[in-house]
Design a protein around this ligand. Structure first.
Ligand SMILES: Cc1ncc(COP(=O)(O)O)c(C=O)c1O
Length: 439
């Protein structure tokens, strides 16, 4: 663990500590920095996935297996970020590799239907209570776009407003901030109405829902537990209240379970016992391969049946690509039963409690939220998250820069213990009883 000088944590000191951390990071990663300099010429900001950027530059990965990442400078990291939930199986799982390799023997990019898309659809419909029928896409974003379009078509032209929640992330073109915050210029031009994500019992949330449910509302898109929005669980009764109001008004309730479907074999909808009309999926479901899906009630999905007047079409070139279909079948058949999901979610609950106990014991202005294997550290001052992030990298522990973690099946209780210990040592350095002398 890097030893900080014992200092008063004023503004200047925090900035000084951050500069220090960035210099240390930079000095240890010359290869990554070279790649970053090359990348700056051809990729804006040096990256093609904004969330992966952090200061001073992100390390570049040379290889990944199980819960470990190795960067081009030879550093190894225990991966707590888990590809923002997509690496639930751990990195490069053998079963997925074998399944994909063997299916390639019989060809890919077929431009024709094949049995595997049917097998996968059966597995998904069996697993998620809300899904009678399903269609595949290539990403979670696309799944949400298709679900919204399908839902709005179902309710008719007078009800074209889409209900969403503050800080919700449903893809780069469906990203929402604080209610009064700036509008994301990349959002698709639907008419959105944003309500506070919260507790049904909370006055602000009830007022927000009253505002949301106006006669022009056609559908509500909600993550049962907000993932990118800071791992915010729903308050008691919040999802049930949404269900009740949607039933009362004939509004289509869509659960974005791109992340949260990992919270139980039947997803968050099973865990919270609230069944939406439609569900979207993605991330981990194809064992790390590109994937998305949207599905729901048979009468809603029937809009895609060809031959009827005004039938909807969704003709994505790679919708039924053999690699993703095969990887997803293997994932659902062999990798994610109730026991294995239970284990990874229990481990996440334990890690959240342990980290929270560390923060509370020292009175540090940090806290942890989440459900199961999705958790997020928060701080009053974002610069503390930067310091935490770099202090953990120093110890070979990789979290998302914003404090987000998504445990994979490969992460062990020992790994979690290491993280808790490292966080405790860092907190002790910064906020411990010894106090901090001026620089
Ligand atoms: C809840 C949620 N929905 C949708 C998406 C978009 O998925 P994709 O990145 O596959 O387009 C994400 C991605 O982080 C997500 O977290």
């Amino acid at each position: 663990m890097i030893q900080y000088d014992r200092v008063a944590l004023d503004d200047a000191t925090i900035n000084h500590l951050i500069d220090d951390a960035h210099q240390r990071y930079r000095a240890a990663r010359p290869e990554s920095e070279d790649w970053h300099i090359k990348a700056l010429t051809v990729l804006p900001g040096g990256n093609t996935r904004s969330v992966l950027h952090f200061d001073p530059f992100p390390f570049r990965v040379a290889s990944a297996s199980e819960q470990m990442l190795v960067d081009v400078d030879g550093h190894t990291y225990i991966d707590f970020c888990g590809n923002y939930t997509a690496a639930l199986l751990g990195h490069s799982p053998d079963r997925i590799k074998e399944a994909i390799t063997s299916v390639l023997e019989s060809g890919w990019a077929l431009g024709a239907t094949h049995p595997r898309e049917v097998e996968l659809a059966e597995l998904i419909c069996d697993r998620f209570p809300s899904i009678d029928q399903v269609r595949f896409t290539n990403s979670g974003t696309e799944a949400n776009l298709m679900a919204i379009g399908t839902a709005l078509r179902h309710v008719g032209p007078d009800r074209q407003t889409v209900g969403v929640f503050d800080r919700a992330y449903h893809g780069g073109v469906l990203a929402f901030g604080d209610i009064d915050g700036p509008h994301n210029p990349l959002n698709v031009p639907h008419r959105f109405r944003v309500a506070p994500f919260g507790q049904a019992a909370d006055r602000a949330a009830v007022d927000g829902l009253d505002q949301l449910f106006q006669p022009d509302l056609g559908c509500v898109l909600v993550e049962p537990v907000q993932g990118s929005g800071g791992c915010r669980p729903p308050g008691p009764g919040f999802l049930a209240e949404l269900r009740r109001r949607c039933d009362e008004t004939g509004t289509v309730l869509i659960f974005d379970e791109v992340m949260t479907s990992r919270l139980g074999p039947g997803g968050a909808q099973q865990r919270f016992d609230v069944v939406p009309d439609m569900t979207t999926l993605g991330k981990y479901l194809a064992g790390g391969m590109t994937f998305g899906a949207f599905g729901g009630r048979r009468d809603i999905m029937a809009a895609f049946e060809p031959g009827q007047p005004g039938a909807l079409t969704q003709a994505g070139t790679f919708n039924n690509n053999i690699v993703s279909m095969t990887a997803a079948i293997t994932t659902l058949r062999h990798e994610l039963d109730a026991d294995s999901l239970g284990r990874v979610n229990d481990l996440g609950d334990q890690l959240r409690q342990d980290l929270q106990a560390v923060f509370e014991a020292t009175g540090a202005p940090l806290w942890v939220t989440g459900v199961g294997s999705m958790l997020c550290v928060h701080a009053e001052d974002d610069r503390l998250l930067d310091l935490l992030f770099h202090a953990m990298l120093d110890e070979g522990l990789y979290l998302a820069r914003r404090g987000f973690m998504a445990l994979s099946k490969a992460v062990t209780a020992d790994d979690c213990h290491r993280l808790t210990q490292a966080a405790a040592a860092w907190i002790e350095q910064l906020f411990g009883d010894g106090g901090h002398d001026d620089v």
